[in-house]
Structures are given as structure tokens and as C-alpha cells.
Design a protein around this ligand. Structure first.
Ligand SMILES: [Zn+2]
Length: 525
């Protein structure tokens, strides 16, 4: 095995493991589970929801904050607001047909106060990563919304104890909505058509009242998040802090509260937010400032789908993508890459062209920590089932005889791990299948068992293939080989409109990482 150059990449899959989805978030509020720290979801609306104070989790190796010398120190949570953030995203999806961006903290405020600048937010180093995770996600969402729509709205959700039946507005008296005010005037902040005007029309009591020119309550007039990400310091994202009374946040009421706020946001949006994205480019929510180096095998055994793959990779400015020949691989070029992708085409064609030497190079590279993604043929190639395959995924191929079983859309069901990995709020996906492998555990002792990320729920059975065999087999598998990670798609996300970003998420899952980060990952489990 070769020695690897020292890497300085941030771990993204570490954080992906900490990401938490809607259903789990509900439980998180009542649990002290150490894992669910931050929910991060990419949206398809120019709306960002953040909730910093609703969490209940402790963080490994992070003691309670002492708050010495911190003004307005508080370690009390805003009960119910993490759940409200998730429910509001759901309600907005129902109203708009699309989801907002969502960043929800599930750690308790007594360990990290996500609505403070770093020097006041936490007191020990292990808390920094969780804090950064939360804020990088907001910064990335803000950048994306700006790029995709030109301008947008951030709502920071809090709870206040001063008035159980009111919602206080926090914009630093208009500063954090400077862009909105400059375009539409005072009405957009204080009038009937403003967000708080729309909330009032949903029968919320709002403070300050509609059309009132009173200053905002000086305890609830907008904190670090809206000041940092709002338009007061430039930019085109307007940020508003919502401080909700207790009556709106209790478990019985939270769903109704979410629906009422969603209606207000919807009406506000019709007046003030862009309807159509000006730029549909999708970017990964990456934590790293360095480029991820991706090598794509483009040589014998590769089919036309590689063009779609390269296109899917090209939209991400966080990747440096190179095309590799079998000969490059045999000469040891993989040392330079964080991820190798073997695309669709012919698994045996690729395996044979790589030759025993090339295949051994790939095995060594993964064993030493390299990431591997196989798509269709690349998944055949990863399997432990052929003399020309890599034997890096503990999988065999079911019904090998009828490999040419046809092509078409199928449904797959993501497991909970799959939803986390790909940041999807719903488990079902429709995806293009084109004679990919029907994977099942091979139960080899020398390779770690793989994890099922998605299974086939419908099937293709043409050209004499028997019915009923494909359903239930593994559609997406994630495994470990030595120090490295392997993720295989039997179907074709890169050729399925709307699912191209699954490849980007897969890169985040398997990319090579520093050893110390890996240890942190293990300890965070
Ligand atoms: Zn708060």
C-alpha cells in the first residue's frame, strides 16, 4: 500500500451523519441522543428557515456553558421551535409544492448558542464543529438562494416567554430587511401585506401591531443570525426573527401554527418574493473550502451516460473533475484523488481493460482511504462476484443470467440512512434503471457488510427475465473497504432529471478524509 499525502479536507460525510430529518427531529426534542445535531435541507424556494434554540441534545465532550462575561447569557431552550421549524417546512411544501431551505439545531443551547457570534457561542473546541456546521449551512443556503433567485427571505424561529399569545418581530427595526425596504418601502415591513401583516391576517397577535411605527421590543428585536445573514450588511436576503409565544409552540398546537405561518409566508411571497429561479444551478452544501478532487474513469467499457455524469458534476464549483484512463490508474494516479467514479457502460469491459494491475491499484487506493462511486456498470465492477470485478463491496449479483433485463423508470425506497445521505425528506424516488446489477449481500468474511441505502420497489423484467426477482434487491449500497468508502448505484441518478444531485451527495459520503476527522466521526456515533 502506498503512503497517502497529508490531506486538509474537511469531512463532509461526518456532518452528513449528524444531519437529521423531519421525523427523527421530532424524537430529538425529547431525547438526549448525541447524534442529531443539525438538520440541513436544500430547498427549492427562495426561503430559508433557521431554528437555533429548540434543541435538546448534548454533544460528546462538550460541557455546559458557564457564560462568564457574556452579556444576556441564556442557556434556556426555545421549547418546541426545532419541531416547529420542521413542521413549517412541511407546511410550506404543502402550500407551495416545494420545500424551503431548512437549518435546525438539535443540540441544546446550554452547550452551544447558535444565535451568538463564535466567541460567545461556545467555550470548548469540540463544540466548534457543530457550530460551524450550523452556520456554514446557513451561509451556503444564503449564497445559493442569492444565486438561484436573486433575492430571498430568511426566517429565524424563536420562542419568547413574555407573552404566550403573541409573535414579536425582530429586524433591528428594519435594518435586517434593508433590501426589502429599499425596493418596496415601509409597507413591506409594517403594512398589511408585510409578513407580520399577513400573520395578523392569520389571527396571530403581532408586536409591533400592523402599521404601527413603534420600535421593536428591545429583547426580541433581532439577534446574531438575522444581523449576520440579513440585508443590513449588504446582500439581497432579508432576515426576520420570529419570537413566538408559548401557546403556539406546544405539541398540540405546533402543526396548526406551522400551517398558519405557511399561509402568511405564501401570501407574503406572492407580493414580494421571486417566483422563478433565474438560475437553476444546483450546488452542494459543502463545508469545505477546498476543492474535492474527483477522478472519473473515461476509457474502454464506459457508455454514453458518462456525458450526463460529467454534466452533473460540472454544476458544482466545489469539485475538481479529471477524466482518467486505465493506464493512468495503473501508473498510480489515484493518489491525487479523493473520489474515483466508475460510470455506466460495461462492468466487464471496464474490469478487463483495467486489468489485474489496475484493479489492484483501485483496491489499494480505497483500502488506504479513497472514495469509490460505482454507477450501474461501476456497481457491477465493485461487486465481489466476478473474476474481473474489484471485490470492494460485499455484494453478489442476483440473476446474473438475465442481466439484460431492460431499461425504464423504477421506484426505489430510501432507507432512513439513505434519506440522511441524500438529504431527502421523502423515501420514494423514481429513477432510471438500465440493466444495473440486482445486488444482495455476498456475506464474504474478508469484506465488511454493506449498508442498504435504497431498495427496488418496482421492477423491469424484459428479455426473458423472470418477474418478482428484482423487487427488494439493493438499489443503492454503501460499504467500507479498509479505510475507504464505497457507494454503488445500480440505477442511473445522473441520467434522471432532478436526481443528478444524488451523485454530489454520494461524493460527500465517500470522499477521502483526514484520520483525525474519521476518529471524530466514530466518537460522534
Ligand atoms: Zn431564541
Amino acid at each position: 500500500m502506498k503512503t497517502k499525502p497529508q490531506l486538509t479536507l474537511l469531512v463532509s460525510f461526518l456532518f452528513a451523519g449528524l444531519t437529521w430529518q423531519a421525523n427523527a427531529a421530532e424524537e430529538a426534542e425529547n431525547s438526549i441522543s448525541p447524534t442529531p445535531f443539525v438538520t440541513i435541507e436544500r430547498g427549492d424556494l427562495p426561503i430559508i428557515l433557521t431554528a437555533p434554540h429548540g434543541g435538546a441534545s448534548s454533544i460528546p465532550d462538550v460541557p455546559r456553558r458557564q457564560g462568564e462575561g457574556v452579556q444576556k447569557f441564556s442557556s434556556l431552550s426555545d421549547a418546541g421551535t426545532a419541531r416547529l421549524g420542521v413542521k413549517l417546512a412541511d407546511a410550506i411544501e404543502q402550500r407551495f409544492g416545494k420545500r424551503p431551505y431548512l437549518v435546525v439545531a438539535h443540540f441544546h443551547r446550554r452547550y452551544v448558542d447558535a444565535n451568538r457570534p463564535p466567541d460567545l457561542a461556545y467555550e470548548v473546541t469540540p463544540a466548534e464543529k457543530v457550530y460551524d456546521r450550523y452556520h456554514n449551512a446557513i451561509a451556503n443556503a444564503r449564497r445559493e438562494v442569492t444565486e438561484r433567485w436573486g433575492h430571498g427571505l430568511l426566517l429565524d424561529i424563536h420562542g419568547q416567554a413574555a407573552d404566550p399569545k403573541a409573535i414579536f418581530r425582530g429586524t433591528q427595526n428594519g435594518l435586517t430587511t434593508k433590501h426589502l425596504l429599499s425596493r418596496f418601502g415601509d409597507e413591506a415591513l409594517r403594512g398589511k401585506t408585510s409578513l407580520f401583516g399577513q400573520l395578523a391576517q392569520q389571527d396571530f397577535r403581532v408586536i409591533p401591531a400592523v402599521d404601527d411605527t413603534d420600535r421593536e421590543h428591545d429583547r426580541y428585536d433581532g439577534g446574531f443570525t438575522v444581523v449576520t445573514y440579513g440585508s443590513g450588511r449588504g446582500g439581497t436576503i432579508d432576515a426576520i426573527q420570529l419570537e413566538l409565544g408559548r401557546s403556539f409552540r406546544n405539541a398540540d398546537e405546533v402543526e396548526r401554527t406551522a400551517k398558519r405561518i405557511a399561509s402568511a409566508v405564501f401570501n407574503f411571497s406572492n407580493e414580494y418574493l421571486p417566483r422563478k429561479a433565474t438560475n437553476q444551478v444546483e450546488l452542494p452544501l459543502s463545508d469545505s473550502e477546498e476543492l474535492v478532487r474527483v477522478g472519473v474513469y473515461v476509457d474502454q467499457g464506459v457508455g454514453r451516460s458518462v456525458k450526463d455524469l460529467l454534466k452533473a458534476l460540472a454544476v458544482s464549483s466545489d469539485l475538481k473533475v479529471d477524466q482518467l484512463k486505465a493506464e493512468d490508474i495503473r501508473e498510480g494516479i489515484l493518489d491525487r484523488y479523493d473520489v474515483l467514479i466508475q460510470p455506466g457502460g460495461s462492468g466487464s469491459g471496464q474490469g478487463k481493460h483495467l486489468g489485474a494491475e489496475g484493479r489492484e491499484e483501485i483496491r489499494d487506493y480505497i483500502a488506504a482511504g479513497g472514495g469509490y462511486i460505482g454507477i450501474c456498470a461501476g456497481a457491477y465492477l465493485a461487486s465481489a462476484d466476478y473474476d474481473w470485478s474489484l471485490h470492494v463491496l460485499d455484494a453478489k449479483v442476483i440473476d446474473r443470467k438475465h442481466w439484460a433485463r431492460g431499461r425504464g423508470d423504477v421506484e426505489i425506497g430510501l432507507t432512513e440512512a439513505g434519506q440522511l445521505a441524500f438529504q431527502r425528506s421523502k423515501p420514494k424516488l423514481t429513477i432510471l434503471y438500465s440493466q444495473g446489477p440486482l445486488l444482495a449481500p455476498a456475506d464474504r468474511d474478508d469484506i465488511e457488510d454493506y449498508e442498504v441505502i435504497a431498495s427496488y420497489e418496482t421492477e423491469i423484467a424484459k428479455n426473458g427475465a423472470p418477474k418478482g426477482v428484482m423487487k427488494g434487491t439493493t438499489a443503492i449500497a454503501r460499504g467500507k473497504f479498509g479505510e475507504g468508502r464505497v457507494l454503488c448505484f445500480s440505477p442511473h441518478p445522473e441520467k434522471t432529471g432532478g436526481l443528478e444531485s444524488l451523485v454530489i451527495h454520494a461524493i460527500q459520503q465517500v470522499r477521502k478524509t483526514k484520520n483525525q476527522d474519521r476518529q471524530l466521526l466514530e466518537s460522534a456515533k
